[in-house]
Ligand binder design. Structure first.
Ligand SMILES: *Cc1c(COP(=O)(O)O)cnc(C)c1O
Length: 225
C-alpha cells in the first residue's frame, strides 16, 4: 500500500542496502507538510526533520511539543532569524557566510548543547544559488570551530539538477573530496549532507552520510500557504 508508513519503511530498507554497513542517516524534509505527517513518522521512530522556513517550523514545533525530535534548518538563513534559529533548531545546515556565526553563537541558549552546523557549499558555482564557494570552506570552518556555542559537523550541498547523472555524480564526488580535506583539518566533522528524492542513490554512492528526502517520502508537496 502506498502510505506514508510504507514509503518510510521502503526508503529505510533501500538506504540500508545502499549504505552497505556505513553510517547513513535520513533527514525527513517536512517543509509544506502538516504537523500530523511529522507525528506519523515520529511514531515510526523517525527523529530528524528538515524545514526551510523558521516560522513554518515554529508552528509545527508548537503543535508537536512533547515529542523528542531533532530539527534541522535547511533553508537560507537571514541574519535577523539567527536568534530564533539558535533557540529552536538542533542543526543549521545552511551556513554560507561568516556573519552568521557570531550571531548564532551569541544566541544559542547556555542550557542547550552547542548548535550543530553544516557549511553549505555552492559546489557547481551556480549564479544566485545559496552556499559558499568551495575555496571559502576552510576559512569558514575555522571560524565556526573557534566559537564555543557552535559545533562544526560537516558540509551540505544541493548540486545543480543537471539531467546527466554523471554530472551530478561528479558534483557529489567533489563534495566528498572537500569533506575529506575538511575532516583532515577538523577531525570532529562527521556529516556530509547530500542527496534528495531524485538523486540520493548517487549521493550515497559517493559518500553521503545524511540524505534529505521530502517528496519521495511524504508525497508531492502541497503549495506553500
Ligand atoms: C526541499 C529540500 C529537500 C528535499 O527535496 P525533495 O526533492 O522533496 O526530496 C532537500 N534539501 C533541501 C535543502 C530542500 O530545500
Amino acid at each position: 500500500m502506498d502510505t506514508l508508513e510504507a514509503r518510510h519503511r521502503d526508503l529505510l530498507a533501500r538506504l540500508a542496502a545502499a549504505a552497505g554497513g556505513r553510517p547513513l542517516g535520513l533527514l525527513a524534509v517536512s517543509k509544506s507538510q502538516p504537523a500530523e505527517a511529522v507525528r506519523t513518522l515520529a511514531r515510526l521512530g523517525q527523529r530528524a526533520f528538515g524545514e526551510n522556513y523558521v516560522q513554518e517550523a515554529r508552528a509545527k514545533q508548537r503543535e508537536l511539543a512533547g515529542l523528542a525530535l531533532e530539527w534541522h534548518l535547511i533553508g537560507p538563513l537571514q541574519s535577523n532569524k539567527c536568534r530564533e534559529a539558535a533557540r529552536h533548531f538542533d542543526w543549521v545546515q545552511s551556513i554560507d557566510r561568516p556573519k552568521l556565526l557570531p550571531l548564532l553563537d551569541r544566541e544559542r541558549p547556555a542550557d542547550a548543547p552547542p548548535l550543530n552546523l553544516l557549511l553549505q557549499v555552492n559546489i557547481d558555482g551556480e549564479a544566485g544559488k545559496a552556499g559558499c564557494a568551495p575555496e571559502a570552506v576552510m576559512v569558514l570552518a575555522d571560524q565556526a570551530a573557534a566559537l564555543p556555542r557552535l559545533r562544526l559537523r560537516g558540509l551540505m550541498a544541493i548540486p545543480e539538477p543537471h539531467p546527466d547523472p554523471a554530472r551530478r555524480r561528479d558534483a557529489f564526488a567533489r563534495m566528498k573530496a572537500l569533506f575529506d580535506d575538511l575532516h583532515a583539518r577538523h577531525p570532529g566533522v562527521d556529516t556530509l549532507s547530500m542527496g534528495m528524492s531524485e538523486d540520493w542513490p548517487l549521493a550515497v554512492a559517493e559518500g553521503a552520510t545524511l540524505v534529505r528526502v521530502g517528496s519521495a517520502l511524504f508525497g508531492p508537496r502541497p503549495p506553500r500557504a
